[in-house]
Design a protein around this ligand. Structure first.
Ligand code: C2E
Ligand code: CA
Ligand code: CA
Ligand code: CA
Length: 276
């Protein structure tokens, strides 16, 4: 009936209002968290496939909402991008990551995620240089991760800014590699040192021979270009064994070795690994 239709519509509008308000509140709370430097950072180690050497840690942003508890970075980074404040988060994560890396053994680097919006900042390289100087961290210990999709979106801006960053001595990684549906031919033309193969290419390699073939195919294409290979999202011993057997990785990042950890736990984990 008409009445019921109208009732549903009102309900729908109320729900839309509620969701909109919820989102607005989350935005205000995120802004407050960023302004008060309330975004924290945890670190997920990357190991050599034998598990003995902790080579680098990826800095991962965390937001603990005062009432809602932890909000996933996939969610709050997207909100920050919508609000145009993601670059503030990047700078804060960079500052923390560089300061924390200074407290680790010298052989361990730190890898920080960039948003597509960071690539559009013409002064990114000079900002990063200042942060390194303030932290007293050599550029060689910093890696920056750019997703394949943001590279495709901002190809010309990215090329310039990545060249500048790389000439400082920073390592450039392509994150979520293989998910951007791009041609591999552009890899050769970009200033890239490392690819991080997305975890979707790892998930079923133990059960599905074609998935393993696909992973091995991506690896052999990039091996020819003299690019480092990190395989992400390795969760099981079986996946690790296959990756080792087929020489698919220089470094492994995944729960099989470690979840993200606090900065003070990095040194101990590196020492423990070297004993095995
Ligand atoms: P990402 O850059 O691909 O980071 C790796 C994500 O995979 C992390 O999730 C990590 O905890 C998770 N992960 C690691 N090993 C495994 C595994 O073995 N299995 C599974 N299932 N997951 C694993 P997290 O910390 O929730 O971050 C999600 C995404 O949020 C990141 O994906 C990145 O895109 C974004 N992000 C996090 N921190 C930052 C940041 O500081 N800046 C920017 N721009 N983005 C960030
Ligand atoms: Ca990443
Ligand atoms: Ca990734
Ligand atoms: Ca991702």
């Amino acid at each position: 009936s008409k009445a019921r239709g109208r009732g549903n519509f009102t309900l729908f509008v109320d729900e839309m209002d509620a969701r909109y308000l919820e989102r607005q509140r989350l935005k205000a709370d995120l802004r407050a968290a960023v302004d008060s430097h309330g975004i924290t950072v945890v670190y997920q180690p990357m190991f050599t496939p034998d598990g003995r050497k902790l080579a680098c840690c990826e800095a991962l942003a965390r937001w603990h909402h005062p009432e809602k508890g932890p909000i996933a970075p996939n969610i709050f980074i997207q909100i920050a991008e919508e609000m145009g404040i993601v670059t503030d988060i990047t700078h804060q994560v960079l500052q923390k990551a560089c300061a924390d890396c200074r407290t680790w053994p010298e052989s361990i680097g730190v890898s920080v995620n960039l948003s597509v919006q960071d690539l559009r900042q013409g002064d990114l390289a000079s900002t990063v240089e200042k942060i390194l100087t303030n932290a007293g961290l050599p550029a060689a210990r910093l890696h920056l991760e750019v997703t394949e999709s943001s590279l495709i979106e901002e190809l010309s801006a990215a090329r310039d800014v990545l060249e500048q960053l790389r000439s400082l001595g920073i390592t450039i990684s392509i994150d979520d590699f293989g998910t951007g549906f791009s041609s591999l031919s552009y890899l050769d033309t970009l200033p890239v040192d490392v690819v991080k193969i997305d975890r979707s290419f790892v998930r079923n390699i133990g059960e599905d021979a074609r998935r393993l073939k696909l992973l091995r195919g991506i690896v052999s294409l990039t091996r020819g270009l003299d690019i480092g290979i990190v395989v992400e999202g390795v969760e099981t011993r079986e996946q690790l064994a296959l990756i080792k057997k087929h020489n698919c990785a220089d470094l492994i990042q995944g729960y099989v070795f470690s979840t993200p950890i606090a900065t003070h736990a990095v040194k101990g984990l590196a020492e423990e690994a070297s004993l095995h």
